[in-house]
Design a protein around this ligand. Structure first.
Ligand code: PMP
Length: 427
């Protein structure tokens, strides 16, 4: 592997990162499994692009069929994109969301959503949470604080503390979050900046996976709308049934976005992303701007996305996400009786956050232990990673098809990894 790493560094330069102390050379994917160049199998509970499992036959067949027939763009009439729009819009009844626009990446979707918000509101101000990630374009990276110190936040960007229930000490999280958003709006105004939008990942996944209590977003959404700004729900991570209870994370909170952005699992690996928007949000933008994005909405990607939606429905994957996700959380919560380091286990559906602390009373983040556990899990053949400001929350996003037995493998390995990490710390 070291020769390959050196070759990669030489060819691709310094901006790319590999996961794990011992990077993986994966050659094949099959359902929940990834297989490396030596034939070893890894349970992939991290890759939330391949939400149906790797190389799902319904998707690969749809891609092949369409690629053999026609690969063109949105400048020609084509049924598949219309069918896709109808099916996606059917998931958001009674919201006023009425149009689909397609992009190739989640970053592009957020970039487009922000452009639309600027045109609609005449403002530029953006409110996001303090450890949010919304993407990689120059514009969107300015409101993606989790990228770290290399990216300057824009002068038009205001951060609010992520709604961390585990650290809220009994405070009313909804009230606190609303107050923080109102203060951010007031601060923008004080600087002569008109608010354009509040953008949140409705599961706050890079902030540490913060789903509860469902409903806490309502006051903040009302506040941004009252201030004339749009509410943009970034569903790149929570979308497509991952929450187990709803197709989209914002639906858990009982709020209605002006724009929804989506990506990642939309094509189960095929690059397709996009937005749903209200007619009102799009009206002026559509008159002032044309929108053509060469690859976005191409017939092959649309065929893949249709197959994804059909499979989620046909195989009742949302229900599986709810049941097996709960099993997994219960199993890990059981481990907390033996492992002091587990401070909190949370999530919804197939999204699980495990917050590791060095002291349960002070809830002090244990970043070193978290890094150890991630690498020990990899060595045991289970792939996951970490997130949050303290880099101390295990981020677990299994494919929606994970079985109860496979969830059991995760719990067993985590039990061992925590024991080993503790023993290593004492040596
Ligand atoms: N929003 C969120 C919440 C994300 O997690 C990501 C990707 N990690 C993006 C946007 C950007 O998506 P992409 O990498 O497809 O540009």
């Amino acid at each position: 592997a070291s020769a390959m790493i050196a070759r990669r560094d030489a060819l691709l330069g310094p901006a790319y990162r590999l996961m794990y102390e011992r990077p993986l050379h994966i050659v094949r994917g099959e359902g929940v499994w990834l297989i490396d160049s030596e034939g070893r199998r890894y349970l992939d509970i991290y890759n939330n692009v391949t939400s149906l499992g790797h190389c799902h036959p319904a998707v690969t067949e749809a891609i092949c069929r369409q690629a053999q027939t026609l690969a063109t763009n949105t400048r020609y009439l084509h049924d598949t994109i219309l069918e896709l729009a109808e099916r996606l819009l059917a998931t958001v009844p009674e919201t006023g969301l009425s149009h689909l626009m397609l992009t190739c990446t989640g970053s592009e979707a957020n970039d487009l959503a922000y452009r639309i918000a600027k045109v609609r509101t005449g403002g530029t101000g953006v409110i996001v949470t303090d450890t949010a990630y919304h993407g990689i374009t120059d514009t969107v990276s300015q409101f993606s604080p989790s990228l770290g110190l290399t990216v300057d936040l824009g002068a038009h960007v205001r951060l609010v503390p992520a709604p961390r229930l585990y650290h809220a000490e009994g405070a009313d999280l909804s009230e606190r979050f609303t107050r923080d958003v109102e203060a951010a709006i007031a601060d923008l105004r004080r600087h002569g900046i008109k608010p354009a939008a509040m953008i949140v990942d409705s599961l706050f996944t890079s902030d540490g996976i913060l789903p509860d209590p469902a409903g806490f977003l309502k006051g903040a959404v009302d506040a941004i709308k009252r201030a004339g700004g749009l509410f943009i729900a970034d569903e790149v991570q929570p979308g497509f049934g991952r929450t187990g209870t709803h197709m989209w994370g914002f639906q858990r909170h009982g709020v209605v976005p002006d724009i929804v952005t989506m990506g990642k699992p939309m094509g189960n690996g095929q690059p397709i992303a996009g937005i749903l928007a209200t007619a009102d949000a799009l009206a002026e933008f559509g008159v002032k701007s044309r929108y053509f994005n060469t690859f976005a909405g191409n017939t092959v990607s649309c065929a893949a996305a249709l197959a994804v939606l059909e499979t989620i429905e046909r195989d009742r994957l949302m229900a599986n996400a709810a049941t097996v996700g709960n099993n997994l959380r219960d199993g890990i919560a059981q481990l907390a009786t033996r492992h002091e380091a587990i401070g909190d286990v949370r999530g919804t559906g197939m999204f699980v956050g495990v917050e590791l602390v060095s002291d349960r009373r002070s809830r002090t983040p244990d970043r070193a232990l978290t890094g150890q556990v991630v690498n020990r899990m990899r060595n045991k053949g289970i792939l996951l990673s970490a997130c949050a400001m303290g880099h101390n929350v295990l981020k677990i996003r299994p494919p929606l098809v994970l079985s109860a037995d496979q969830a059991g493998l995760v719990t067993e390995a985590l039990d061992e990894a925590l024991d080993e990490a503790k023993a290593a710390a004492h040596n």
